[in-house]
Design a protein around this ligand. Sequence first.
Ligand code: NIG
Ligand code: FE
Length: 401
Amino acid sequence: MSLLLTGIAELTTNDAAVSDSLPAQADSGDRLLGIIRDAAVVVSADGVLEWVGRAAEAPAADASRDLGGRAVIPGFVDSHTHLVFAGDRSAEFAARMTGTPYDGGGIRVSVEATRAATDAELLALVRGRVAEMRAQGTTTVEIKSGYGLTLEDEVRALRVAGDVTSHTTFLGAHVVPPEYASDRAGYVDLVTGPMLDAVAPQAGPALAESIDVFCEPHSAHAFDGDESRAVLTAGRDRGLRLRVHGNQLGHGPGVRLACELGAASVDHCTYLDDADVEALVTARGTTVATLLPGVEFSTRSPYPDARRLIDAGVDVALASDCNPGTCYSSSMPFAIALAVREMGMTPAEALHASTAVSARSLGLDRRVAPGQPAELAVIDGPSHLHLSYRAGVPIVRALDL
Ligand code: NIG
Ligand code: FE
């Protein structure tokens, strides 16, 4: 049965063909998002968009549903999360609010709790978090391992993640676990050798789509530029897409390394110098800069300079970074509100960054156009502006068909 959705006051399509059809005087936000007002869409029985356009021109379908003047947007693509963890670190958050800086040391608390959890417990936690995200408009999620840090526990984390998404990322190089504290090189060898063999075998299906590394010389627990290069090149040799945690706690080699190696994304980008921005501009079309403003909120840190990046022509994405340490928020609307209020992004740029650009970093096309999957979200309000205008109010959710 095909379904006609009507009563769409404003539809964000992210479709250049729609943007190109807008009149010359159209608002720049409308052009960026490919907005259609008074729109309708037809969805096939198997959840594919069959028709997208103005309601007045909509074809007939087997059934119809009136959305009552709401805005419809592409579902958010949360391209950076760490959902596979157990335990609680709220006390660490409270300590940060009174001045204790974040240094990555708390990750070992989550590692201990995650190792101790059963498979069923981890799966229930992850499923609960994904449901929480869907209830806030996220329809696609990337999930990293990184709280196992033994071969068995990293494999388990990726299996659990693979139960809810195909966008899984091997983050064995999250921190050096306590048992390798005096043998960092040995741990890098484990990650690039036996762990990689297990998660991305030379032959046969891989458990991970991407590989990531916490490249951060400012944390004693994370990895320096040379170690990060070793991890990333080993992953690349196995055909994994590259992602990098870079320049989160201070200036460092992460951003330039990611750009040099053709990573799909370099995430955080909080501390950037001119050479970093130049590298990102050169890597445009290949490497996306994913900003994670929930982290700056939750670690009381300065926000990255989104305006500088966008004005320079860098591809900027937004994601939640949902994790137990630096940001236990699964909310893309919260990230959008922070990006608009604190980072100088326009509402249209923030929505584009949370859908089209974050999707691109996962190799996905997030247009609302015929032939695409109907992964949509609906806003209780007439326009996407309400996402940040009504910050903190639960007005957006994934559209169940
Ligand atoms: O993206 N920076 C590294 N990893 C996470 C935080 C992990 C944690 O503290 O548990 C992040 O911020
Ligand atoms: Fe992260």
